[in-house]
Design a protein around this ligand. Structure first.
Ligand SMILES: NC(=O)c1ccc[n+]([C@@H]2O[C@H](COP(=O)([O-])OP(=O)(O)OC[C@H]3O[C@@H](n4cnc5c(N)ncnc54)[C@H](OP(=O)(O)O)[C@@H]3O)[C@@H](O)[C@H]2O)c1
Length: 277
């Protein structure tokens, strides 16, 4: 059974599946990162805001994977988007992860209070300093993607956005594709809401798969990377086993028809408050 596709997507070769870690803390986070890597995951997604970069780094070392064989992403929180703050934030993330560089450094959410020009110049500088192999954005809308592409003098390799069968993100995806920006889907199983969905469960049954696996397959089959989060070891294998079946065109269309503009789960705009996502 072929579990891991190679190579990854886009110019940064982002692995098609990674472990999301929002809300994983302490020993659970260390254990899940370690187990995921032992099972074959090659991407772990964290953020300075998740307060678990130390544990992700510990899990990486415990798994004993060669540094070059794993892709580690982290994110700068918008309160640190001023130039000096961004550089310090990146260095502090690396210190917590105990890494010399991350594979991907993202702007976590747009921050309308700080000029995008300043933030992108700082992000590009951090890349040139060798602190991040690749840089990108997260939660950027179509107009913001267009602005960011014009302002950045290094490639923006991805936009990490909420994506699952219940949310229509076709306009953002089209804008990303027009600029060679890979899409990473967060909340790819709609925070567990796909689990008992009748259509996804019925399609899953045809393939001997669960509704969660159908949701993930639906995304990766479109060339979108996914970062499902779980705190249960048995679900790590379930979420990884999505490369040994294919959804038909009719099934893809039926799943796509479940999407609506009101399907968003993470409804949040950074307003300078310390609230996390
Ligand atoms: N850039 C951003 O602004 C942003 C925002 C949100 C998330 N993210 C990233 O994306 C990652 C994933 O998104 P998410 O955590 O919001 O949601 P998600 O991965 O769609 O869903 C996680 C939830 O689904 C459950 N689950 C996991 N595997 C399952 C399975 N096979 N069957 C049924 N339920 C399952 C988990 O419960 P158990 O733990 O009990 O398995 C958990 O409650 C985050 O962890 C984070 O790294 C980024």
């Amino acid at each position: 059974m072929k579990l891991m596709p190679a190579p990854g997507i886009g110019i940064a070769r982002i692995p098609l599946i990674g472990l999301g870690t929002w809300d994983l803390r302490g020993r659970t986070c260390v254990r899940m990162a370690e187990q995921a890597l032992r099972l074959g995951y090659r991407h772990v997604d964290t953020a300075e805001m998740y307060d678990n970069e130390r544990e992700v780094g510990e899990g990486l070392r415990a798994a004993g994977i060669k540094r070059d064989d794993v892709f580690i992403s982290t994110k700068v929180w918008p309160s640190h988007f001023a130039a000096r703050d961004l550089e310090r934030s990146a260095k502090e993330s690396l210190a917590r992860l105990r890494l010399a560089e991350v594979d991907l450094l993202l702007l976590h959410w747009p921050n309308p209070q700080i000029p995008l020009k300043e933030t992108l110049a700082a992000l590009c500088k951090v890349k040139r300093m060798g602190l991040a192999r690749n840089i990108g954005i997260s939660n950027f809308t179509v107009p913001l993607i267009e602005q960011a592409v014009k302002l950045a003098d290094e490639p923006l390799v991805c936009n990490q956005i909420e994506m699952h069968p219940f949310l229509d993100q076709s306009k953002v995806i089209a804008a990303c594709r027009a600029h060679d920006i890979a899409v990473i889907a967060y909340s790819p199983i709609a925070r567990g809401d796909v689990k008992n969905h009748a259509v996804l469960a019925r399609i899953g049954k045809i393939h001997g798969k669960t509704a969660a696996q159908v949701s993930l397959r639906f995304l990766v089959q479109q060339g979108i990377a996914v970062i499902p989060r779980t705190s249960r070891v048995e679900r790590l294998s379930e979420n990884l086993a999505i490369f040994d079946f294919e959804l038909s065109q009719a099934e893809m269309a039926e799943i796509a028809s479940l999407a609506s503009s009101g399907g968003r789960i993470v409804d949040y705009a950074y307003s300078g408050s310390p609230k996390w996502d």
